[in-house]
Design a protein around this ligand. Structure first.
Ligand SMILES: C[S@@+](CC[C@H](N)C(=O)[O-])C[C@H]1O[C@@H](n2cnc3c(N)ncnc32)[C@H](O)[C@@H]1O
Length: 234
C-alpha cells in the first residue's frame, strides 16, 4: 500500500499495519533457500504432540488443513495416517520442497502456495486444523482474521492443534505487548504465548490439552524444549 493512500477498507488497514513489520514472504523464501541448514524442524519427522493427539483423542481421520506447513513434515505424517491433507504456506520454496518430499514418500498432500489470509475455504470443511510454528510469527492485527478463519473452516466438534513459542523460551518467544509490536516495529522473531494467554485468545474454543512440548531423543519425533502445544475443540 502506498503511504499516501487513504485507508478505505479493512484490507487497506491490514496492509498498512503489515507494512510496518518484516515482509514475510521474502523472509521465508530466503529461510528455505539452504535445505542443509541445521534447523531442527527441517528434519522430516512430526511433532510429538501431534502424534499423541492422534493416539489420545478421537480426531476423525477426514480432512485436515495444515497452516504454515513449511516443507510439510506434519502434513506428510497426517497423509500417512489416512487424512486428506491440504497444506498452505506463504513460501513457494517451502511448497516446492514439500511437493518433492511428498513425491518421494509417495503420499498425496495438496500443497497450496498462499497466505492463510488470502485462502478461501468453504465453511465447516475441516475435521482438524493444525499449526506448528506459524501463529507466533503473525502480527497481532492478523489474529482476528486467524481466529475467525479457524472457527469458520472447522466442522462442528472439529479440532484445532497449535505449537508455538513459550514466553522467553530457548527458541524465542518475545514477551511484548501488542502495542509494543507496532511501537518497536518488530515481533522480535516471534511472540511467546503462555497457557493463560492461549486460553484467553482461543476462548471461543474448548481447551482439550495445553502443555509444553516434551523433549525427546526419539529419532522419529520432533520434541524440543521451548514450545507450548495446545489442542482445542470447536
Ligand atoms: C517456523 S516455520 C514452520 C514450518 C512448519 N510448520 C514446520 O514446523 O516445519 C513457519 C511457517 O509459516 C509460514 N507462514 C508465515 N506466515 C504465513 C501466512 N500468513 N500464511 C501461510 N503461511 C505462513 C512460513 O512461510 C513458514 O513456512
Amino acid at each position: 500500500m502506498e503511504s499516501t493512500m487513504d485507508i478505505k477498507t479493512n484490507a487497506d488497514l491490514m496492509n498498512l499495519l503489515d507494512s510496518l513489520l518484516r515482509e514475510p514472504e521474502t523472509f521465508w523464501d530466503q529461510f528455505y533457500e539452504d535445505r542443509e541448514k541445521p534447523i531442527p524442524f527441517f528434519k522430516q519427522v512430526p511433532d510429538e504432540n501431534l502424534v499423541s493427539y492422534l493416539s489420545d483423542y478421537d480426531i476423525p481421520h477426514g480432512r485436515v488443513l495444515e497452516i504454515g506447513s513449511g516443507p510439510g513434515r506434519n502434513a506428510i505424517y497426517l497423509a500417512k495416517q489416512g487424512f486428506q491433507v491440504d497444506a498452505v504456506d506463504l513460501s513457494q520454496k517451502a511448497i516446492d520442497w514439500g511437493n518433492e518430499r511428498a513425491n518421494e514418500e509417495e503420499v498425496e498432500v495438496n500443497f497450496i502456495h498462499s497466505s492463510l489470509f488470502d485462502l478461501k475455504v468453504d465453511a465447516e470443511s475441516y475435521d482438524f486444523i493444525y499449526d506448528s510454528g506459524c501463529f507466533h510469527h503473525l502480527a497481532p492485527h492478523r489474529r482476528v482474521s486467524y481466529l475467525s478463519f479457524i472457527k469458520n473452516a472447522l466442522k462442528v466438534e472439529g479440532y484445532f492443534g497449535l505449537t508455538c513459542f513459550v514466553p522467553e523460551g530457548p527458541l524465542g518467544g518475545a514477551v511484548i505487548s501488542d502495542r509494543e509490536v507496532y511501537e518497536q516495529q518488530t515481533l522480535h522473531g516471534g511472540l511467546g504465548y503462555s497457557k493463560e494467554r492461549l486460553l484467553s485468545l482461543f476462548n471461543k474454543f474448548n481447551p482439550i490439552e495445553i502443555r509444553e512440548m516434551r523433549e525427546t531423543q526419539d529419532p522419529t519425533l520432533f520434541g524440543v524444549n521451548g514450545l507450548m502445544t495446545a489442542l482445542f475443540k470447536k
